[in-house]
Design a binder for this molecule. Structure first.
Ligand code: 5AD
Ligand code: FES
Length: 361
């Protein structure tokens, strides 16, 4: 155990069986794994926590993912779409308040054409000095290219599970292969890419979770979002148990250990199953928080899982609340765009060599 934890700290070069073993740790051993990840985080990322302002601009979705509260078959959802003007005004308002990255997220909603989204990105970039992260699901390579050209910096598209059969079972509208091909396309276009998974999906095993960690490493992700599965009453998974905080924290720790310096958020889902879930994730390797800035009345209707944190709070309170939480664990809130170190290295390499980089897929 001691030499394995040393390897975790020194190189992170651990194999599948070792990851499965670490995922099975209990009690004090779990604490030791989390401390090792915290040390890696300290060494590679420092004490800064990056802040991303999240705007959930549409809860309309053409897909029917078995776990998700805004799936198309859930007819009890009050659907909304923010207009491009509302989205741009919300995003630039965040930039004025000093937030360096705006994350625009939605269901898979083809109402927003490639050109409409490109225009939203262009308007935000023209009026504010912010990084723009998009999270709109699977779209065509042409759309991704258009948005990158318009100035989008990052794209979040969780792989959800690295088990292809489980992926297809919970996503009737897609395949793991298609998801990964989107991620590779995004990488080729020069986006900073984020993948990630849910922990505790019905039918998911520790072996599957180990494969999630290995996939994050293979994709050389810039960002890795990990949160517990939470059953939503309006879905086929209504009666299933939620993922555990303990296993989620071990996954965050292992993601930190294998990626070394990726941007890893303390997710809202982790904060939703435990009052101090986000602080615990920040102490298990995470270094990003994403306060929810979706305006009223929309924010209550982006219910991908029930009892989501902060939806009834004033969006202006989420920033200060999260900053206070960051200070409470002796960390500092970073200002600025907080680009991915992997991406900055790749760009520097490109600038000196004048051609493609060894870190790209
Ligand atoms: N429980 C937990 N996380 C969920 N997500 C969607 N539905 C749920 C749920 N029921 C996560 C997915 C998605 C992200 C935006 O939210 O991982 O990628
Ligand atoms: Fe939203 Fe605390 S983060 S109220």
């Amino acid at each position: 155990m001691n030499s394995l934890l040393n390897k975790c700290i020194e190189s992170g070069n651990i194999g599948r069986d070792e990851i499965i073993f670490l995922l099975g740790l209990q009690g004090e051993d779990t604490v030791r794994l989390i401390r090792a990840a915290n040390e890696v985080r300290q060494r590679y990322c420092g004490d800064e926590v990056h802040i991303r302002g999240l705007v959930e601009f549409s809860n309309t979705c053409r897909n029917d993912c078995l776990y998700c509260g805004i799936r198309r078959s859930n007819t009890s959802v009050r659907r909304y779409r923010m207009t491009p003007d509302e989205i741009v005004a919300t995003a630039t308002g965040l930039a004025k308040r000093g937030i360096g990255t705006v994350v625009l997220q939605s269901g898979e909603d083809s109402h927003y054409s490639g050109e409409t989204v490109a225009e939203i990105v262009r308007s935000i970039k023209a009026s504010a000095d912010v990084a723009v992260t998009l999270s709109l699901g699977e779209r065509s390579f042409a759309d991704y290219a258009l948005w990158r050209q318009a100035g989008a910096d990052r794209y979040l598209l969780r792989h959800e599970t690295a088990n292809p059969a489980l992926f297809e079972k919970i996503h009737p509208d897609s395949t793991l292969e298609r998801r990964l091909s989107c991620l590779r396309g995004l990488r080729r276009l020069g986006y900073q890419i984020g993948a990630g998974c849910m922990v505790g999906i019905p039918g998911q095993t520790l072996e599957d979770l180990a494969d999630d960690i290995l996939l994050l490493r293979a994709l050389e992700v810039d960002m890795a979002g990990i949160g517990p599965f939470i059953p939503h009453p309006g879905t086929p998974f209504a009666g299933e148990p939620a993922g555990s905080l303990d296993l989620t924290l071990k996954m965050v720790a292992l993601a930190r250990i294998v990626t070394r310096d990726a941007l890893i958020p303390a997710t809202t889902a982790t904060g939703s199953i435990d009052e101090f879930g986000r602080e615990k994730a920040l102490e298990a390797g995470a270094n990003v928080v994403m306060p929810n800035h979706t305006p009223f009345p929309y924010r209550v209707d982006y219910e991908i899982y029930p009892n989501k944190r902060c939806v009834t709070e004033d969006p202006n309170q989420c920033g200060p609340c999260l900053t206070a939480r960051i200070f409470s664990i002796d960390r500092t809130a970073a200002t600025g765009k907080g680009h991915s170190p992997r991406h900055l290295r790749a760009q520097a390499y490109k600038a000196t060599k004048g051609h493609g980089c060894p870190w790209s897929l």
